[in-house]
Design a binder for this molecule. Sequence first.
Ligand code: SF4
Ligand code: SF4
Length: 444
Amino acid sequence: MTAEDRVIAIDTASGAARISKSLLESCIHCGLCLPACPTYLATGREMESPRGRIYLINQWQESGRPMDERAAEHIDTCLGCLGCQTACPSGVNYEELLNTTRALSTDRLSPLARSFMRFSFTQLLPHYGRLLVLGSLLRFVQRMGLDELFVKVTRALGSPSLLGRLASWQMFVPRVPVHVSLPRKSWKSGAKVGQVALFAGCVMDVFYNHVNLAAIKLLKKRSLVVEVPPQTCCGALAFHAGFVDIARDLARKNIDLLKGNDPVVVTAAGCGAMLKDYGHLLAEDPAYSQAARDFSARVQDLSQTLYKFELLAGSDGDEQPKNVHSSEKIVYHAACHLAHAQGVRMEPAALLSDRAALTGAHLYDLPEAEHCCGSAGIYNLLNTEMSLAVLERKMKFIEESGADVVVTSNPGCMLQIEAGAKARGLNVKVKHLAEALADSLPEE
Ligand code: SF4
Ligand code: SF4
């Protein structure tokens, strides 16, 4: 596909950027994507489906005018989960359509929303030190019970709009753990089979620092040297909100920071999908296009690296399982950015199945395991109502499965499913794949 087919054509009369016709016309309106779309399943409304959204984008493009409020709302409620892209028999590149639509329509955001987003994407997420300070503050607030007090006071005041919105976010914020710095370089004694660079992620390392520690443990067990080089935010949140310039800047920084040939191993599916897309993101940048393609080719989800090195295949004599819970029921929720965006399905399933065989746990299929949980980056904060409607369906299947443990591969999914379990009073643990696998290894 050429760059032009992919996204944009310039309107010769107005000079405005337009989405290319061929991209829009690849939809044959068959509707086979509808049952794969969580927002359609939650509402039953055509305009909350992929087909409906493509229709709205088409109308907007043909009108030559700014996107109207009604269409914008339906585009905003799209999770970007790409379930539709997997289901589509006509090969519609929905990801490209959505990202381009969002990038061409950021001007409809209020100046305040735009400034706040720009500030977060440039001054907060890329600065690890600032994130850690924020995490410590949040931990203090949670320890003192101030978060719950805030919610109670806000409710008592009748939830004025901004405060009410802030209070509704509280359910998506997990307990912030005490942060343990990741070792810059680590390995176990004996022969080494290679070296990898771990991409720790920002949300992942602040809220689920122990997942990165578990990943290091697993990689070391497979005789890999694990380096955690300097790095910055992957840019996914900025990119999906339409701030492509910020995402490109972050991509260039990561390419410069993570130079070399070592595989870049990622624990957060959302970050992995973005890093694997740098080649595409910087395709038009002559100074970086080749470096970006080379970088993306080095990126692996943790499950891909572990599977490649057959961590749990028992080739190491010391990898005897511990924590055997023969009655533990495990289900796997496939993160959209792992299954749909990266196409990684077999490796996590195989690793989990090996883990179950080793420990005696029972692995069950979760219905609609590849359907989005409603987290989708900052979607749950911006579209809380729809996010909860989507989560409701996911939690219903989890509850019906009778699972003790839900395993997944993205911090956003973990936050969301934990919130859903708490709201339902379900006694279910949510674990990252790294935790679930490291649980079965002996202590170091
Ligand atoms: S990306 Fe997800 S929410 Fe958006 S239209 Fe496709 S399936 Fe529906
Ligand atoms: S996006 Fe694909 S599956 Fe959905 S209506 Fe269009 S052609 Fe059919």
